[in-house]
Design a protein around this ligand. Structure first.
Ligand SMILES: Nc1ncnc2c1ncn2[C@@H]1O[C@H](COP(=O)(O)OP(=O)(O)OP(=O)(O)O)[C@@H](O)[C@H]1O
Ligand SMILES: [Mg+2]
Length: 443
């Protein structure tokens, strides 16, 4: 059993991906900023501590006279502060009788050392310098404080120096970095959101596209099923109508003959349509078989022409085929070639009221071109644009009474292209059309 959440993720992978993205990108940014800040803080702290220790050690060696000479000390302090502006305060601490420490000299304007008594005591008794981070609660500022022992030339501990280095500069940089990071983070979140909105739009399109494909497949399945189902009863209708037309009782009756002929013509049209629909579903499902071998076009065109000749003659149209000689071979399926030319010639005859349908050929480079010309109704340039689309029929006064499904040219183009050929049309409205079918020559 799949858990509901896992099932949801599986079905909505796009959605889940988006959510991960919106959380992950800003989280990565925040993590990166915090990580960098931590590293900077650590490095700078280390640096400041080192500086404080250094200053402490500079002052660490003094004679008792120097220690008592305030002027000397103040000069020394001023020099150090000039070199190290980060130094907040330097205080020299000397022990008094109460075992506490007085500020012998200090840069603090109020004259106070501000030194931690516990720390001072610790350094005094251990004789070792000590660095610590101190926070001033009133101003909410940080500083590094180093208390180091001061020894005389004999190595005797005579005082201590307390150096405070302000971390204000670093803290300012850090808070500026945090502020900048928040701006970058907000901008990133906005960009990610915009990307996601776009992403969801595409996601919606993809969903629609999938749905459309499903509908298309359903339609194909329906066409294929319906055509097969229609075929059997239609064959029966056509067979029995033929029998009726040969039945003496029917042939003796003019009205009955006319009715039977109407049924015959109707069922003929229906079975053509069913055949076309079957072809469409075969092509769309890539089930159309092509038995490719070297063939000559002229013979196949003439067979196709013969199938339509009666219709043409009934309309009083002149039909003519002028093939090239010698006829080159092309690689194709014979039945499909016939199907192509039956469709094109059938159209030429169907959409021509008077005049002729002429077919001629030309070898051009490595191709053979067959032109099917008619002197029919022709078509406008706009109509020609959609000519090879499924179910497309030109609707005007000239065509309204001509039956057809609009599938013939779509099927023809698909078949031509599957045999590596090309088909195109030229036409002048009211004058006629020329369909050109090109196939590569097979040597
Ligand atoms: N030779 C032509 N002259 C003028 N119009 C043509 C010609 N051939 C095709 N057409 C136009 O192109 C349209 C599409 O042709 P197509 O052969 O695909 O369909 P159809 O002839 O209407 O039906 P069917 O599927 O039975 O062939 C036709 O409806 C017609 O308007
Ligand atoms: Mg047609």
């Amino acid at each position: 059993m799949i858990l509901p959440a896992a099932d949801f993720i599986k079905r909505n992978s796009q959605f889940t991906y988006s959510i991960i993205l919106i959380i992950l990108i800003p989280a990565a940014l925040v993590f990166n900023t915090l990580w960098t800040l931590r590293a900077v803080n650590r490095d700078v702290n280390l640096q400041l501590r080192r500086e404080a220790v250094l200053v402490g050690s500079v002052l660490g060696n003094m004679s008792t006279e120097e220690l008592k000479n305030r002027e000397f000390l103040n000069k020394k302090f001023a020099k150090i502060q000039e070199e190290e502006p980060e130094i907040q305060n330097i205080t020299v601490l000397v022990p008094n009788e109460e075992n506490k420490f007085d500020a012998a000299a200090t840069t603090n304007r109020l004259g106070k050392s501000g030194s931690d008594p516990v720390l001072s005591q610790f350094v005094w008794s251990s004789g070792k310098s000590h660095a610590a981070e101190v926070i001033d609660r009133t101003t909410n500022t940080r500083a590094w404080s180093v208390i180091a022992p001061i020894k005389d030339d004999d190595g005797k501990q005579i005082a201590m120096v307390d150096v405070k280095i302000s971390t204000k500069k670093v803290d300012d940089v850090i808070s500026r970095t945090i502020r900048d990071s928040i701006i970058v983070l907000s901008a990133t979140v906005v960009i990610v959101l915009l990307l996601l909105i776009n992403h969801f739009r595409f996601f919606e399109y993809a969903r629609l596209f999938r749905k459309l494909k499903e509908v298309d497949e359903m339609k194909d399945d329906f066409i294929s099923m319906a055509s097969h189902e229609l075929r059997t009863p239609l064959t029966a209708i056509r067979g029995y109508t033929e029998l009726l037309l040969r039945n003496p009782t029917v042939t003796a009756d003019e009205k009955a003959t006319k009715d039977a002929k109407t049924i015959a013509a109707g069922s003929e049209r229906l079975s053509d349509l069913v055949e076309d629909l079957l072809n469409v579903s075969r092509i769309e499902q890539d089930r159309m078989k092509f038995d490719m071998k070297p063939v000559k076009l002229d013979f196949l065109i003439s067979t196709a022409l013969n199938e339509i000749r009666v219709q043409a003659e009934q309309k009083g149209l002149r039909v003519e085929l002028t093939p090239v000689s010698p006829q080159p071979n092309i690689m194709a399926d014979e039945d499909r070639i016939k199907q192509i030319f039956v469709n094109i010639i059938d159209n030429a005859v169907k959409y021509t009221k008077e005049g002729s349908v002429t077919i001629n050929q030309r070898v051009e480079g490595e191709t053979i071109r067959t032109f099917v010309n008619d002197t029919g109704i022709g078509m406008s340039p706009e109509a020609r644009e959609n000519l090879f689309e499924k179910f497309y029929r030109i609707k005007n006064d000239d065509t309204k009474n001509i039956p057809g499904s609009g599938l013939g040219l779509w099927i023809t183009k698909q078949i031509v292209e599957r045999m590596k050929g090309k088909i195109f049309v030229d036409s002048i409205e009211g004058k006629g059309s020329q369909f050109t079918i090109v196939f590569p020559i097979q040597h």
